[in-house]
Design a protein. Structure first.
Length: 123
């Protein structure tokens, strides 16, 4: 989503790979492969929702640009959830990790992994 927001701020103009990496990962370590992957996922999502008038153009060795008409959406049409504007809420289930050790003595580890994973996803 953040990639689409960034590209839509300057439709038809080039965003260098460095600009996008700095914008999307804000100083965190990220590679070109990360950016390439999310561009792929965004293209796939645009295709799935039937956004035929929108495409992301790759400028070899430089970056990307959004080729689409961008217009402001009425405030009433936006999501009221500030965490996920424009998207419905989602849910995930965490199944318990099973202790499959030979002695069966690692249940504490399985329980801890289940608990920690649940807490991380709940953020």
């Amino acid at each position: 989503m953040m990639l689409l927001v960034a590209l839509s701020e300057r439709p038809g103009q080039l965003w260098t790979r460095e600009e996008l990496l700095a914008r999307l990962w804000a100083g965190a370590a990220a590679s070109d492969e990360c950016l390439t992957r999310i561009v792929y996922l965004l293209r796939k999502a645009l295709k799935q929702v039937g956004a035929t008038g929108a495409s992301i153009r790759t400028m070899a060795k430089l970056g990307y640009q959004l080729e689409a008409e961008v217009r402001e959406v009425d405030a009433g049409a936006r999501s009221t959830d500030p965490r996920h504007p424009g998207f419905p809420p989602f849910s995930a289930a965490v199944l318990p990790v099973v202790d499959q050790s030979a002695n069966g003595d690692a249940q504490f580890l399985a329980d801890g992994l289940t608990r920690d994973l649940t807490m991380l996803l709940a953020r």
